[in-house]
Design a protein around this ligand. Sequence first.
Ligand SMILES: Nc1ncnc2c1ncn2[C@@H]1O[C@H](COP(=O)(O)OP(=O)(O)OP(=O)(O)O)[C@@H](O)[C@H]1O
Length: 328
Amino acid sequence: MNAIDIRNISKSFEDKTILHDINLTIEKGEFLTLLGPSGCGKTTLLRIIAGLEFPDTGRIQTLSGAFVDRDKEQFLPVAKRGLGYVFQDYGLWPHMSTYENIAFGLKQQKRPVSEIKQRVDEVLELVKLTGHDQKLPEKLSGGQKQRVSIARALAASPQIILLDEPLSNLDANLREELGLEIRQLTGEMGITCVNVTHDRREAQLLSDRIALMKDGYIHQLSNPTELFQKPASRWASEFLNAGNLLDGDLLKRERGEWLVPRTAFNLASDTDENALTMEVEDCLFLDDRFEIVASLNGHRVCLYSGQPYQKKQSIAVSLKDELLVKLS
Ligand SMILES: Nc1ncnc2c1ncn2[C@@H]1O[C@H](COP(=O)(O)OP(=O)(O)OP(=O)(O)O)[C@@H](O)[C@H]1O
């Protein structure tokens, strides 16, 4: 079932086309990320979904009706779209307590006081902030502020939540922890999420599918594993940091450019005639594995290994053919 159906959306600013005929369907309960470099149009698309921008062409249909339809001149105002928002900079009212920030939208909807209290308590528990309800944002850490922002987005039980780089202001450990919590909470509630980021790790961590955007087009649309393992172009491989880009001659393979992921190397014996011989330039221990930087006929190659190597050591490796991608 499609929760959001985006058809033929285009947008220009001052004669410059920012979005070119975007078509995208997002399933109910799906977590979709718009990923791409600065200026590719991802925020403009999110703002069009939110109702903060008006597209030049196209329509957006949701399960609760049309958000916008240029042919029929329909436009549903922001406040009537029933969306939750989570912003990079939290978007909290500084003079309001945690409780008041979360209750704000429910008060606007004129819900009964007892119902508001119950709902705020529920979402505070979900985001693990019970007991922090009277604190002002300035008394909360970055992670806690983002939890308040998530609680506020969940409070009105929206069908759709829009997220604008929700993790980018947080430190690395917290980013992963909160990212997994957002995924779990929205997944359990069947909420459809559209997230915008230029951070490939954030996209990888959160998403069911990623729409990789370039110059106002969707360049590639797939699940994170496929996107990172089978990028559609050299540009996508480089943006995603998907691995080494090497010529077939160097790899004893067909000529042309190949993507060789860092996981695609196996230790081989020197006597294996297909083995590639490299000289180790550096060896770093990162996360739970060694990252080896080596030289293959003067070309820099990066690979993962379960064991360390010495600088200047010669190593023979074979390639896992199933992980190689021929780009050209
Ligand atoms: N209101 C506006 N008026 C004029 N130009 C705009 C407006 N909003 C966005 N743009 C331009 O549209 C282009 C795309 O902007 P957008 O914010 O959608 O990109 P983005 O991919 O989200 O980048 P970033 O990650 O830097 O926010 C940029 O060149 C931007 O300057």
